[in-house]
Write a protein that binds this ligand. Structure first.
Ligand code: SF4
Length: 227
């Protein structure tokens, strides 16, 4: 009686282990395929699979000496794919943008407040102009030193969608946080990582924010009304 009970339990464990290994290998191949081709079929299913087996997929990558940050990269792109439609469908006023403080000039004179860096648009970096443009069309814009600020601003202002910029780990953590809040989040990775004077592809940023034409229109209206 007990022998057959333990046999059944043993079989279940072996089957579970085999299914986990096969699924891990399958998803790992899928991750590499998506990373190389930029195509992401069944994004919701694959994203769920990666998130459940993330540890073992990364371990498999390390075992074969493949850079495991590929997994994070694909997770970010999958989340973007899943979130972009909702993000774009909402009016600017309901959306928040989070920029990292490392994008600032090293000589930034702005002070830190409970809502992040209070940019005074001194002209030493691109943040000042971007913030002004984006706020003029309705976005809430924050320049933040870390994810604790993002959480606080989400609780306070309750944006319905988010566009965040950061290094790969910040973007992934930020998207995880937004996911826990049920808020769709689109992430853009910095071109260069680091703690100071990082770089961003501002064309990609403005295109994702859908702010190019709208901000240009707002500029035109403002300059016409000032004459
Ligand atoms: S534009 Fe704003 S963020 Fe950039 S250096 Fe000046 S005050 Fe700092």
């Amino acid at each position: 009686m007990f022998d057959s009970f333990y046999l059944v339990i043993g079989r279940i464990i072996v089957y579970f282990f085999l299914i986990t290994v096969v699924t891990t290998v399958f998803i790992a191949i899928f991750v590499i395929y998506s990373f190389r081709t930029g195509t992401f079929p069944f994004p919701n299913v694959v994203l769920s699979g990666i998130l459940v087996l993330e540890g073992s997929i990364k371990a498999l990558f390390r075992l074969f000496k493949v850079d495991d940050s590929i997994v994070d990269n694909v997770v970010i792109r999958l989340r973007n794919k899943v979130s972009l439609k909702r993000f774009e469908s909402l009016p600017f006023e309901k959306k928040a943008i989070f920029l990292p403080q490392c994008l600032r000039s090293v000589d930034c004179p702005a002070k830190l407040s409970p809502e992040g860096i209070q940019c005074i648009n001194c002209g030493r970096c691109n943040i000042g102009g971007a913030k002004k443009k984006l706020e003029s069309i309705g976005y809430m814009v924050f320049v933040v030193p870390g994810s604790s600020f993002i959480k606080r601003m989400m609780l306070k202002y309750k944006p319905e969608a988010i566009l965040g910029v950061g290094c790969i780990s910040e973007v992934k953590d930020g998207q995880d946080l937004c996911h826990r809040f049920g808020v769709p989040a689109v992430g853009i990775q910095l071109d260069t990582d680091g703690c100071i004077s990082t770089a961003l592809d501002w064309d990609v940023f403005y295109n994702t924010a859908k702010a190019y034409h709208t901000a240009a229109k707002a500029d035109k209206i403002a300059s016409e009304s000032s004459h």
